[in-house]
Design a protein around this ligand. Sequence first.
Ligand code: DC
Length: 230
Amino acid sequence: MNHYHSIAIDGPSGAGKSTMARALAQEMGYLYVDTGAIYRTVGLAVYRRGADPTDPVAVEQVLGQVDITMGYGKDGTQRMYLDGEDVSKAIREHIMSRYASQVAALPPVRAFLLEKQRHLAENHNVIMDGRDIGTVVLPQADVKIFLTADPKARAQRRYLELLERGQQADLEQILADVVERDRQDMERPIAPLKKAEDAQVVDTTGKDLEESRKVLRETIAKALGQEEEA
Ligand code: DC
């Protein structure tokens, strides 16, 4: 029997999952697991070996040859390692979003991650964010949240983020990328992005980070409280 609590947060990219889940995990003393970062590391391994990210045989071969591990830095942030090299920064490059989304559609990649993710939840209190945590990875999670916002709001946030970093950005292009990635993640046959039947929807459209965090915190506290009473 699992004595640890798990909180599953799923939703499309740009809804604020990782920022908020990380902060909440810190407040609650839970381990924060960013599962997208693991898919991104697989994507990077495939990219570096020049393999086709849509070819399941080639990708499975790469998986058998590399060592992908994760750890936590002194500041508590999740770090990803590929054959011992810290690739936490490299996996955030723009092209890795596409590679991650493509390899994430392949059965061998999902099977590879499933075990890692469940193992973490069996040994820690976790807040895990991703696309299929409440539906596939942790169907028995204590709390399931589907965190979303409309595509325009998500594109606008990403746009402001890039401008703040001094990078050039084109809002129309970012919106097109957001819509395309939603489509890829929702339409794949295995473990698509979708709300678990028993997940609670938190919509952050029109809410800033502080307001969104407040709603998320209240939703989780209520769900955990109700569960303890039951
Ligand atoms: O959350 P992110 O943008 O870093 O995720 C990168 C890609 O990985 C995303 O396009 C879909 C995929 N992914 C997934 O299929 N399942 C998850 N649990 C997490 C991410």
